[in-house]
Structure formats: structure tokens, C-alpha cells
Design a protein around this ligand. Structure first.
Ligand SMILES: NC(=O)CCC(=O)C(=O)O
Length: 261
């Protein structure tokens, strides 16, 4: 089985949810016309890192995003791995991913577990504490957000349930892109899974972002690299590769969790 994934890397407009929603709608329409099964967006795409304006801008209960994804998924018959958006709920703010199937149903939800101090997330956001695995086009999958990538123990905790695809929406600054590439390849190899990671391009008041959204196979080979383009890059994931890779070196069978603290 093969799935076609659209990596929707774009220039998020700072503190402008309306413009960003329009762009997300436009990119979904393009991806659907190209025959993509799944579209993936970057982290915090509704407002960028306008954290000091969360009270005014965060999506109340995630309702605007849920409504938008419901409409787009149904209209274009596509699965959405919704990057992440800033959400206000119960007096707290979250960096939240919503996963939506082609019927418009929310089939997964994830609040970023590891908050990134260097970009002040710990001052404004509340961390999540739940795993997010789900089926997207029938494929067992899991999602994380950006800085979570630096915590292989968390990725493994979730991936050991058998995920075939690990999604990483991100806003990862250009200055650390070599680390991004290396760690994404490592997470793919060690978990014997496909990795699909979507970054943004452009600038905000504090950082420059140069994209390099990547799709990586379970051996660590790059299948698609979006470079610095604003727009969609496609990757075809051949899921039959998983059985071969996991059969040859069965790391999930050979683990020694009795020794791991
Ligand atoms: N938005 C983020 O979590 C950025 C993480 C990052 O840049 C890193 O180096 O880690």
C-alpha cells in the first residue's frame, strides 16, 4: 500500500489567523487536486509565535480550526494532520494538533508535551500529557510537535504501539536546521517508521525559518525535501517497506525494557 502525503510548508503570517486560514484552505484545495491522501501543516500556523497576544488571538476551544478542517476534509475528501494551532481552553493556552479524517471527524488530538523555553512557550502555554496515536487513511500513525523531537524516549513510548508514520509539525528556526535533519533521520531509523515533518518558511520578529520539511523512510533515506519553497511538496510512502525493515532487524522484539530506567 502507498499513500501520497502533502507537506504544506508555508510562510505563516504573524498574529493574523484570518490570512493563515485562507492559506490553509488554498493549500488543501491544491493538494486534493494533486491526489494527496493526507495533508500536513506546520506548528502554530494560526498565529505564529505571537504568544504575548494569545488572549486576543488563540482559537477558543479550537472551534474555528475544527470547523475549518471539517469543511475542508469533507469538501476535498482528504485526511488532515492539522499542524498545530494556539488554543484557549478552560483558562489555559495549548499548542494543539487536531487530526481529521475525510468525513470531517476529529480522530486525534495532541497538546505539545515538551514546551520550548528558548521561544518562551513555558511562560505562556500549558503542556499536554497524553499520547496521540490514530489511524489516518487506515495507517497506524502518531504525532508530536517540534521540540518533542529532542526526546527520543517520548517518541519511542508512543511509537512502540506500532505506528507506521510519525508526524512532526514544527516551527524550527533555520539556525538549527542541521540538528533537525539529523534527529528526524534518527527517529525514523530507531523506530523503523516513516517520518513526515513539516516546518514553515519566512520570518517572525525573533527568528528566520528556512523550511526543509522532510519525508524520511524507515532506513533514514530522505524521500522528499521541501527545500526553502513556500508551497506543497509531495511524498509517496510505500508502506510495504516496513515489514522488510522490521523483519530484518527486529528492534521492537529485541528491546530490554527491564533494563531501561
Ligand atoms: N517550536 C519549537 O519547538 C522549536 C524547537 C527548536 O527549535 C529546537 O531546536 O528544538
Amino acid at each position: 500500500m502507498k499513500i501520497k502525503v502533502a507537506l504544506a510548508q508555508f510562510n505563516i503570517q504573524f498574529a493574523d489567523p484570518d490570512k493563515n486560514q485562507q492559506r490553509v484552505a488554498e493549500l488543501t484545495s491544491i493538494a486534493a487536486k494533486a491526489g494527496a491522501d493526507v495533508i500536513v501543516f506546520p506548528e502554530m500556523w494560526n498565529i505564529g509565535y505571537a504568544l504575548n497576544q494569545l488572549d486576543r488571538l488563540a482559537d477558543d476551544g479550537g472551534r474555528t480550526t475544527t470547523k475549518l478542517f471539517y469543511r475542508l476534509a469533507r469538501q476535498y475528501q482528504i485526511s488532515i494532520v492539522g499542524g498545530s494551532v494556539a488554543v484557549k481552553e478552560g483558562g489555559h493556552f495549548y499548542n494543539r494538533t487536531l487530526i481529521v479524517d475525510p468525513l470531517g471527524q476529529v480522530v486525534g488530538k495532541y497538546d505539545k508535551v515538551h514546551l520550548f523555553r528558548l521561544m518562551n512557550e513555558h511562560r505562556y502555554l500549558t503542556a499536554g500529557n497524553q499520547e496521540n496515536y490514530f489511524r489516518s487513511v487506515g495507517v497506524p500513525s502518531a504525532s508530536f510537535i517540534c521540540y518533542d523531537l529532542r526526546f527520543p524516549e517520548w517518541i519511542r513510548t508512543v511509537a512502540r504501539h506500532g505506528s507506521a508514520v510519525l508526524y512532526f509539525p514544527a516551527e524550527w528556526p533555520a539556525v538549527r536546521i542541521p540538528q533537525w535533519t539529523t534527529m528526524l533521520k534518527a527517529r525514523a531509523i530507531e523506530n523503523q517508521a516513516f517520518v513526515v515533518a513539516v516546518n514553515r518558511v519566512g520570518d517572525d520578529p525573533d527568528n528566520h525559518y528556512n523550511g526543509h520539511s522532510l519525508a524520511i523512510d524507515p532506513l533514514g533515506n530522505v524521500i522528499a525535501d521541501a527545500g526553502e519553497n513556500d508551497g506543497i511538496t509531495y511524498a509517496e510512502l510505500d508502506l510495504t517497506q516496513l515489514a522488510t525493515v522490521r523483519g530484518a532487524i527486529p528492534v521492537f522484539v529485541d528491546r530490554r525494557p527491564d533494563l531501561y530506567k
